[in-house]
Design a protein. Structure first.
Ligand SMILES: Cc1cc2nc3c(=O)[nH]c(=O)nc-3n(C[C@H](O)[C@H](O)[C@H](O)COP(=O)(O)OP(=O)(O)OC[C@H]3O[C@@H](n4cnc5c(N)ncnc54)[C@H](O)[C@@H]3O)c2cc1C
Length: 455
């Protein structure tokens, strides 16, 4: 069998692998992807003026790693200015206004209202404690600049579960919190207090993020990188083993039923944690244990294409938190193109996300059953969508999102540390979103470059 030789081999063609390959594009680099498409959890399909999205949809502003990458690739980003904090409960859509006013506007019993105010205050305080360790416990990770990914967090909050941080809640408030936390594929008893406080508490924070999307969807970016890398991207080639040896690293993949061997001086493994754990041979005990400790929850999503010819009541809404229905979030992903004063382009696209226990239960159903369950609830929330949905796309993400369980900060060092010539990147290495993920790859690529240059 012939063995291909390269400077660097990258395993996995999600945003992590693509960014690593892009950062090393002037070197002899090859990227190996298991599927017939790159992008991983970035996945959308274009339909005339619209695009259906079942994976990641928004990125940071022009200064964020993804914003900079989009500019470098000549892609246009558009700001998502729509309402982000709309809530649907018991037939009522609560939209606009400050988040702090919600306890008075969401349909709740008196006991529920009081409990929501109490929970809000607890969350605000926990968020302030979390922020002492980083200006923004989530977005603060975008800017890190060391040899490997580091994360900051409040040790006390990291040690406890988020339901302990929240304290006792009225059942109506529990349902609201479930909607918010299920969005990151976990329950509050599964995630750490730090993770929950950072994530949910930011809703109460004054700072509004510059959220953007790419015209055409984020797949425009992953495809643009893959296209520029050309035949250095191998698709349909699941990697079976990554083995460090005296000359560097050897990767065994299967393509078209045949075994392919690739030798390289360095590897960047950019696959989700359980896959990384399985394919990298001989990992030291603490690194293997850290990978085993990464927790993913499932997502089950459905994108819908609609064919309306005029404005819809939800044109100004980006995100709706949905209480006690089959999904927790409904996104109007075409909202960023609806500019005030601009002509309303025909059609649109929505997507619903269900996560954690909701998704786990529905994942056992067929796509047709899932479609019917989701559509029934979509029609209830926005009755005007009845009869205009022309296409649906159900997407199952079993490894949806690596949320932080209690104790997560303790295994950061082992997760981020290279193993001989093998470096690691991906969303589980830091915080799961495209910005920090791409940053983890820039860092891995920079370390590999230094080693190549030193040699
Ligand atoms: C529904 C959803 C919505 C999200 N929304 C946002 C958002 O709006 N904004 C945001 O910033 N983030 C969002 N995220 C998070 C973001 O999508 C992820 O953090 C990021 O895309 C992860 O990239 P990755 O490269 O680490 O992993 P992945 O995208 O999972 O890529 C891993 C790649 O490795 C490949 N692979 C697996 N096994 C092998 C093997 N044996 N050999 C070779 N290749 C292999 C896979 O096929 C895949 O292409 C969302 C995630 C989901 C699921």
């Amino acid at each position: 069998m012939t063995v291909e030789r390269h400077d660097v081999v990258i395993v996995g063609g999600g945003i992590a692998g693509l960014v690593a390959a892009w950062a090393l594009r002037d070197r002899d680099v090859v990227l190996i992807e298991a599927k017939d498409r790159v992008g991983g959890r970035i996945f959308n399909k274009r339909r005339d003026h619209n695009w259906m999205i079942t994976g990641a949809h928004f990125i940071g502003g022009p200064d964020s790693p993804m914003g900079q990458l989009a500019a470098e690739l000549g892609l246009e980003t558009i700001r998502a200015e729509g309402e982000m904090a709309t809530v649907w409960k018991d037939g009522r859509l609560v939209r606009g206004g400050r988040f702090e006013t919600y306890p008075f506007r969401i349909p709740l019993s008196l006991a529920g209202r009081l409990s929501l105010i109490r929970t809000g205050i607890r969350l605000r305080l926990a968020n302030m404690r979390a922020r002492r360790y980083s200006d923004d416990p989530i977005r603060g990770l975008d800017g890190f600049d060391g040899p490997a990914v580091t994360v900051a967090g409040h040790p006390g909050l990291d040690a406890e579960t988020f339901d302990k941080t929240l304290g006792r809640m009225h059942p109506e408030v529990e349902a609201i919190m479930r909607t918010i936390v299920n969005r990151v594929t976990a329950e509050s008893h599964e995630m750490s207090g730090h993770f929950g406080a950072a994530l949910v508490g930011n809703l109460w924070a004054k700072k509004t993020m510059d959220r953007r999307t790419i015209l055409g969807g984020l797949t425009e970016l992953t495809e643009a990188i893959a296209q520029r890398l050309g035949n250095r991207v191998m698709r349909d080639a699941p990697v079976e083993a990554v083995v460090a040896d005296k000359d560097g690293v050897t990767v065994r993949a299967i393509q078209g039923g045949k075994e392919v061997m690739i030798a390289a001086r360095y590897a960047i493994v950019a696959t989700p944690a359980p896959i990384t754990r399985r394919i990298v041979a001989g990992l030291p005990g603490d690194k293997a244990a850290a990978l085993d400790a990464v927790r993913y929850g499932p997502y089950l999503n459905m994108a819908m294409l609609t064919n309306e010819v005029g404005p819809m009541s939800y044109d100004d809404i980006y995100m709706v938190g949905v209480i006690d229905r089959s999904f927790c979030m409904l996104y109007n992903t075409m909202n960023p193109v609806r500019r005030k004063g601009a002509p309303r382009t025909p059609g649109g696209a929505l997507v619903v996300h269900s996560g954690a226990h909701q998704a786990a239960a529905l994942l056992k159903r067929t796509d047709d059953e899932i479609r019917d369950i989701f559509l029934k609830d979509v029609y209830e929330i926005f009755p005007e969508t009845r009869g205009i949905v022309t296409e649906t796309w159900v997407q199952r993400w079993e490894l949806g999102y690596p949320y932080w369980p209690p104790g997560r900060l303790g295994f950061q060092e082992a997760l981020a540390r290279p193993f001989g010539p093998i470096h690691f990147s991906g969303d589980y290495v830091g915080y799961a979103s495209t910005g920090p993920t791409s940053q983890s790859s820039f860092l891995a690529a920079r370390e590999v470059r230094k080693k190549l240059e030193a040699a």
